[in-house]
Design a binder for this molecule. Structure first.
Ligand code: AP5
Length: 216
């Protein structure tokens, strides 16, 4: 099964992609994670991307389409993947349609997570992540079972993202509404869209995703 998780920053795309990936053996493909890895590695693409990401704007379509096109060819994607944070513009969606065609793959569904803007700021500024395995947490909504120890891998190192400040979140939200929200109509017109209430608790959202995917 090949899926897209769509929604504003902080809607829960990464959280739910990891959970659904574990439940169904699907690979999570996060363009944000890939760009942050390129930035940490100090590649030219990564350095340029970091400047754009820190402003809350979008990296160029060509760069992200190229990254995804190569990544989908890896053997671990053969049994299915979840695109988390891609596509983000209509041009990226059209490029994805073309490359899935070329690779003889199909898109089964697009899950959109709806969350009010006010809640998103609170979610993002409270987010932290295991520095070892990438498991995501939140200051109030999702703390490790044992304080200071990652539930998934036992690491005691955690990080916060450079673009998770309140100012950058507001800019990311503006970018989402202007450039990414039109994808809701794009995929609705193609009969692929499945909407879930992203305001509910993490486990409830996970159950709703399973329900909307039953007939996908
Ligand atoms: P990216 O890394 O994709 O960030 P984003 O889309 O802004 O989304 P986030 O990762 O912030 O949020 P999320 O929806 O995954 O929420 P999460 O599950 O973590 O992109 C970063 C940047 O990279 C972009 O701004 C852009 O510059 C660039 N980029 C990336 N892809 C690109 C592309 N295709 N084209 C161009 N540029 C691109 O949850 C957030 C927090 O809330 C967590 O703490 C979590 O524990 C908590 N939480 C989750 N669900 C719930 C819930 N139901 N209830 C309560 N708390 C919850």
């Amino acid at each position: 099964m090949n899926l897209i998780f769509l929604g504003p920053p902080g809607a829960g795309k990464g959280t739910q992609a990891k959970m659904l990936g574990d439940r169904r053996g699907l690979v999570q493909l996060s363009t944000g994670d890939m760009l942050r890895a390129a930035a940490a590695a100090g590649t030219e693409v990564g350095r340029k991307a970091k400047e754009v990401m820190d402003r809350g704007e979008l990296v160029s379509d060509d760069v992200v389409v190229d990254i995804i096109s190569h990544r989908i060819d890896e053997p671990d994607c053969a049994d299915g993947f979840i695109l988390d944070g891609f596509p983000r513009t209509v041009a990226q969606a059209e490029a994805l349609d073309r490359l899935l065609d070329e690779k003889a793959k199909t898109l089964d569904a697009v899950v959109v997570m709806n969350v009010d803007d006010g809640r998103l700021v609170e979610r993002i500024t409270g987010r932290f992540t295991c520095a070892n395995c990438g498991e995501g947490y939140h200051d109030t909504a999702k703390r490790p079972a044992v304080e200071g120890v990652c539930d998934r891998c036992g690491s005691t190192e955690f990080t916060r993202r450079a673009d998770d400040t309140e100012e950058t979140v507001r800019s990311r939200l503006e970018t989402y509404h202007a450039q990414t929200a039109p994808l809701v109509d794009y995929y609705k017109a193609r009969g692929k869209l499945r909407a879930v209430d992203g305001m509910a608790g993490i486990e409830t959202v996970a159950e709703e995703i399973d329900e909307v995917l039953e007939n996908a």
